[in-house]
Structure formats: C-alpha cells, structure tokens
Design a protein around this ligand. Structure first.
Ligand code: NAG
Ligand code: NAG
Ligand code: NAG
Ligand code: NAG
Ligand code: NAG
Ligand code: NAG
Length: 568
C-alpha cells in the first residue's frame, strides 16, 4: 500500500475544475458568433426554401407548423431550426431506475416528459447547481443535423461526451452547441448526457459503470435513428474531452460496444489514472453506503432519498474523501469507470495484456494541461524547497528521486527561483501528455492507428480566466480546446479562426475516412504515431511537439504512472 499522494499538488484539480464548471452558465452560447440574424420559426416558407435540397417533405410538414418533424422507427421526432442550415432535436434516449442499468427508449420522446420542442434537456443531478436545473430523468441527447443531409446521404456522426470529473457537466454546457461543428463537418453531432457521480458510478447494490452503460445505450439509440436523419449508423465517431475522453477510453475497452462505432477522439484524457479495479470499487461502494444513511438493501430508504440529498450529501462527501479510502481513486476522478472484467475487459495499459485493436483514433492534449491546477493552487512564485516537497508528497520518494534528478524536472534550474513553470510541465506530462503518448504507442503496437496532437492555440473556456496564467499569451489550459473544436469561441482572433477551420476540416476528414488529413488541403501532413515516435503535431504552430520527458524509456519505465503504482 502506498503511503503518499494524499495531499498532492494535483489535489486542487478537482475542486478548481469543479469551481470553474459550476460557474459556467447551463445554457449554451448562441451559435456561430457570426451576428447572423435568423428568420423566426414561423417563416416556414423561407425555411423550406433554405432546405430545398433536403428532407423537405419530412421537415416542412404541415401548414402553419413551426416545429420540424422527422419520421423515425421510434416515432415522429420533433425539433427546431434555430441555426441556419442545422436542425436541432433534443431527445430522451434511455430511461433508468435509480442505480439500475438504463434501457434504450422504445418511442421518441422529448427530455423529461417535456412538450416544448425548443427546450433543452435538464442536466443529470450534480452539486453546485440549483436542483431545478436537473432531473434523474436525464438520459437525453441533443442532435444537430445539417439540413444538407437527407435519407440517401449517409453522413457520419460525431457523438460527444462532455467532461467534468464524472461529477458535473451536461449537454448544455458552454461551448457545446454542435451547430457550427455539424455544418463544418457535414455530419450529425450528438451531444449526450450520462449519469454522473454516485448515481452513475457508485451504487449501493454494487452495480458498476452505469454512466458508461448509458453511453452505450446512446450509441444503440443513434444506430436505430440515424438513417431517418440521413446518417450512416456505421460511421459513428465517439469523441470527448477530459473525463469525457476517459469515457471514450472506457468504450474502447468494452468488447460488446466495438461494433457501435468506427473511430474515436480523445481530448485531454487524464490517462495517468487508469480505470478502477473491482476491489477498489468494492471498498468505495462500502464507504459510500456507510455515509448514505440507508442500508444497501433497504430499497424503501434508498428510493426515498432525493437526488439533491444524494449529490450534495453523500455524493459530495464521496468525491472529497474517496482518495483517503482508496488512493487509486484519485482526487480528480474518484467516481469513475471500473475494470469489472465483464463489461470492461481490459485496462488498456501496460498492467495487463493489451488487446488487438484496429480503430483509428485521435489523441490530443493542450500545451498547459496543468496550468489551471498549478497556478490556481500556487498564486505566488514557488521556491525550490516547496517544489521538492510537493513532488515528494505527490509522487512518493521513489518517483521523487528519479524526477528531481531528471533533465526535465531537475532542481537548480528554475529562473527567478520560481518552480511553478516546471511543476506545471510535470503535471501536464504525468497526468496527461506522456500518459497519452504511452497509450498511443500501445495502440499502434497492437494494430490500431493513432494520430497525436498538442494545442498551442486555444480559446479560454468560461471559468479558466479565474487563473490569470491561463489568460497569458501562448498559454492553453485544460478545456481551452473545446470551443476550438466546436467553433463556438466568442469573438475569435484570426489565429483562433484559422485553427477552428483547420480542426473542423481535420475532424470532417477523420469522420468520413479515418484520416485527419483532408484531401488537397494545404494543412501540414499529420503523420500517424509510430510505436516509438508518436509524431505529435502542434495545432496552431508549425512542426511537431518537443518530446521532453515523454520518451518510451522515461514515463512508464523509469518513472511509473499512477496506474502502475496502484496496479489498477
Ligand atoms: C421533470 O419531470 C418530472 C416528472 O414528470 C417532473 O416532476 C419535474 O417537474 C420535471 N422537471 C422539470 C424541471 O420540469
Ligand atoms: C420552450 O423552451 C424555450 C427554450 O428554453 C423557451 O424559450 C420557451 O419559452 C419555451 N416555451 C414554452 C411554451 O414554455
Ligand atoms: C456488495 O459487495 C459487497 C462486497 O464487496 C458485499 O458485502 C455486499 O453484500 C454487496 N451488496 C449488495 C447489495 O449486493
Ligand atoms: C430540491 O431542493 C429542495 C429544497 O432543499 C427539496 O425540497 C427538493 O426535494 C429538491 N428536489 C430534488 C429533485 O432533489
Ligand atoms: C467538498 O469539496 C468542495 C470543494 O473543495 C467543498 O466546497 C465542499 O464543501 C466539500 N464538501 C464536503 C461534504 O466535504
Ligand atoms: C519525502 O517524504 C517522506 C515521507 O513524508 C519523508 O520521510 C522524506 O524525508 C521526504 N524526502 C524528501 C527528500 O523530502
């Protein structure tokens, strides 16, 4: 048992990320930032002319109707057209009893029994928000369908899984309006919700991976309905950021889900953490039940708890305390997916045999993943003594010795006696970047194709400006890639606009062909990773990312990742 990592430099990550997310508006930004003014929904004839190439019979149904209707095998889908060229459908894809696996809906329905086709879904229960903004009936998604797609068009689909430490977040988070991305990629974008926190990942009845199973149901739902919207169900790419990317990594480890998607995009996955083991999960469940005030088998008591009580009571306590119960829980993602051996059957890392794989994947990081955490936790310059104490406390003495004697993280080298820049690189490398590169090497060594990149231009995500480091020129903090990919950055600079255009062109190419190099484009060739050199391309700059400590022989060999230390 390891006796460290309790109070670590990275311990602030969760609370800071949560703080930033909880301040974020639950309503998506207006689309496109183009100042484009739209016809009112009742200008039906205008709208029907606009969509002349498309599902006109389906979309422009009855005289006087302001809503759109599409016939699907699950019944009539209703949506709205509030962005030129894109139709939006909010829909419930699955239902679930509390702490039971969900099942896909059998009939098309608006979220939470709503009758308002324009209304956005309520969030899944989570702390830090007013409880009128969430409901347990939250297994909904928002579909963004380009009007150019019709029943014969077979466009691809990108299914997006939001981040938020498996604890917070929703399909209506800032920047996640999929309209611009759907337009630019000529693809359907589906932004999904899944159960969070204890309701999704820590069940008194020992059910595991409920939130992940929700995502599989979302894929099943898409497979059933996409043809009605002009989507090819064989061309689904799953994509996500942060814990959403961790969800994607978990989907890659679920054999029964492999036929449901063709490729995957993982943005800023904290791959250092690994999945939880069943034995760690069992201890965490027991601890949760001990704080819940109900016996695990007392269904009357369990059902009488409000969602509010669970997420703000025992759920929040679990989030804050799990790492003291089971160090592998980590302080950032203490409630997460579990390698249960039946649904998830592999760790997808070096602690167990890596399966043969074949899907193409995109793996990206931002250049300063650790910036928010480190500069948010340490507002003042950091002297050497504090630097070494933090590394020793965070990584334990064995890893500490190797780290401080390494070239990348050595003592005696900091400018102006401020070790925060170096600690920031260490956080970025250990939790995200090098762990991601190790994953890329494993993926390609076992039959898959991986393309690796690093963002050097971003768009400051709402909340990140609370840490002034994240607003400095050239700094790209965790989450600052989101509004680039979605094309939702407000008032983009020319560098941001150029990168939005490039990334959306690369995503389009990847969604259509599995290769992120668009035909006949002038973009730099994004070379696939090899099993040693991952060829990480820089987004927003020229050339490839410096390798630094992310060599095959350093992280994962000389210095263990957390998933190796905890043997999970
Ligand atoms: C969600 O649906 C439930 C059940 O119909 C209802 O009681 C609740 O008011 C709804 N929530 C909101 C915010 O509309
Ligand atoms: C439907 O939802 C939209 C978006 O939230 C809102 O603006 C509108 O007022 C709602 N309409 C009704 C009738 O509640
Ligand atoms: C959950 O698992 C634990 C062992 O890890 C066991 O003691 C307990 O009875 C189980 N609970 C239920 C409700 O099955
Ligand atoms: C929301 O909070 C109020 C006040 O604490 C409580 O009465 C209500 O049951 C809560 N609603 C849900 C859905 O948890
Ligand atoms: C958990 O941590 C958060 C963030 O640090 C804090 O706001 C909250 O009060 C803590 N809650 C409990 C129950 O410890
Ligand atoms: C590292 O931490 C351990 C455990 O707290 C302590 O015994 C040791 O002296 C520390 N080493 C250094 C170099 O600070």
């Amino acid at each position: 048992m390891v006796a460290f990592s309790i109070i670590s430099a990275f311990s602030m990550l969760s609370s800071l990320l949560l703080a930033s997310l909880s301040h974020a508006s639950p309503v998506p930004r207006p689309f496109l930032n183009s100042g484009l003014s739209l016809p009112s929904l009742d200008s039906k004839s205008w709208f029907c002319r606009l969509v002349h190439t498309t599902l006109a019979e389906n979309l422009c149904l009855q005289e006087g109707s302001t809503a759109l209707s599409v016939n699907t095998p699950l019944g009539v889908a209703q949506g709205t057209a509030d962005v030129s060229g894109v139709n939006r459908f909010a829909v419930k894809y699955a239902s679930a009893e509390r702490w039971s696996p969900s099942s896909m809906v059998t009939a098309w329905a608006l979220p939470n029994g709503s009758t308002n086709v324009s209304a956005l879904p309520l969030m899944c229960p989570q702390p830090y928000v007013d409880n009128s903004t969430f409901t347990e009936d939250c297994l909904s998604m928002i579909l963004y369908v380009p009007t150019t797609s019709d029943e014969d068009s077979d466009v691809p689909t990108l299914m997006w899984i939001h981040g938020g430490s498996f604890m917070v977040g929703s399909a209506t988070n800032p920047g996640l309006d999929g309209s611009a991305l759907a337009l630019a990629t000529n693809s359907i974008v589906a932004v999904i919700q899944y159960r969070l926190g204890a309701l999704g990942f820590v069940a008194p009845n020992n059910q595991t991976n409920l939130g992940l199973k929700d995502a599989v149901n979302a894929l099943e739902f898409l497979t059933a309905v996409l043809p009605s919207f002009g989507g090819d169900p064989r061309k689904i790419t799953v994509a996500g950021q942060s814990s959403g990317a961790n969800m994607i990594r978990a989907l890659l480890a679920v054999p029964s889900a492999q036929s449901l998607f063709q490729s995957a995009i993982l943005q800023s996955d904290p791959m250092d953490y690994g999945f939880l083991s069943s034995s760690d999960q069992a201890q965490l469940e027991e601890y949760f039940v001990s704080n819940l005030g109900c016996a695990a088998t007392d269904s009357a008591c369990l059902n009488a708890l409000t969602a509010d009580t669970i997420v703000n009571g025992a759920g929040l306590w679990q989030f804050n305390s799990s790492v003291y119960v089971v160090p592998a829980a980590t302080q950032s993602e203490p409630m997460r997916v579990v390698n249960d051996g039946t649904f998830i059957t592999s760790t997808l890392d070096s602690t167990s045999p890596f399966p043969r794989v074949s899907k193409p994947i995109l793996l990206s990081n931002v250049v300063d993943e650790g910036g928010y955490t480190i500069y948010g936790s340490f507002p003042d310059p950091m002297p050497e003594a504090e630097y070494v104490a933090i590394i020793n406390g965070s990584f334990g003495e064995i890893r500490y010795e190797t780290l401080v004697s390494s070239q990348s993280y050595a003592v005696g080298t900091a400018q102006d006696d401020d070790y925060r820049p170096q600690l920031q690189v260490l956080a970025t490398d250990s939790v995200w970047r090098c762990a991601t590169w190790t994953f890329a090497r494993n993926w390609v060594s076992n039959g898959g194709t991986a393309y690796v990149g690093v963002y050097t231009v971003g768009a400051s995500y709402p909340g990140n400006a609370a840490v002034s480091f994240c607003t400095e020129p050239g700094v790209v903090c965790h989450q600052d890639d989101i509004e680039i990919v979605f094309g939702t950055a407000p008032n983009p600079t020319s560098a941001q606009s150029a990168l939005i255009t490039e990334m959306q062109a690369r995503y389009k190419s990847f969604l259509y062909s599995g290769n992120p190099n668009p035909d006949e484009s002038s973009y730099a060739n994004w070379q696939a990773a090899g099993n040693s050199d991952v060829n990480a391309i820089l987004f927003g700059s020229n050339g490839n990312a410096p390798i630094g400590a992310c060599t095959p022989s350093f992280w994962g060999q000389s210095v263990a990742y957390d998933y190796q230390v905890f043997d999970i």
